[in-house]
Design a protein. Structure first.
Length: 117
C-alpha cells in the first residue's frame, strides 16, 4: 500500500537549519506534483511549498527565500531544506501530493519541527 514517511525534524534554535525528507513507497512520484505541508497547534494544515513534475517550485510568502523544496524521483523522495528558522515555523510537517491538483495520498505521521531558544 502507499506509505509516506517523513523524517528530519527536531528541536532547533532560531536561525538554525533543518532538512526534511519524505520517502514514498507503494507508488511512483514522478507523475505527481508534490508538496510539503505544516500544521501548528490549533491551526489548519497549510501548504508550505510545492514542486511540479518539471521541478518548478512554489513557496508561501512567509518561507520564501528560506525554504527550498526538491525531489529525487528515482529515490521516491521529496526534500524540504529549511534555513533561518523562526519560532513561527514550529509545526508538524507532512508531505503529500500538491492537493491543488489532485486528491491526497494517505497521510504519514509527519515530523515535528520546534524552533525555540
Amino acid at each position: 500500500q502507499v506509505q509516506l514517511v517523513e523524517s528530519g525534524g527536531g528541536l532547533v534554535q532560531p536561525g538554525e537549519s533543518l532538512r526534511l525528507s519524505c520517502v514514498v513507497s507503494g507508488t511512483i512520484i514522478s507523475i505527481y506534483a508534490m508538496g510539503w505541508y505544516r500544521q501548528a497547534p490549533g491551526k489548519q494544515r497549510e501548504l508550505v511549498a510545492a514542486i511540479t513534475t518539471g521541478a518548478f517550485t512554489y513557496e508561501i510568502d512567509s518561507v520564501k527565500g528560506r525554504f527550498t523544496i526538491s525531489r529525487d524521483n528515482a529515490k521516491k523522495t521529496v526534500y524540504l531544506e529549511m534555513k533561518s528558522l523562526k519560532p513561527e515555523d514550529t509545526a508538524v510537517y507532512y508531505c503529500n501530493k500538491d492537493l491543488r491538483y489532485g486528491s491526497a495520498l494517505p497521510w504519514g505521521q509527519g515530523t515535528q519541527v520546534t524552533v525555540s531558544s
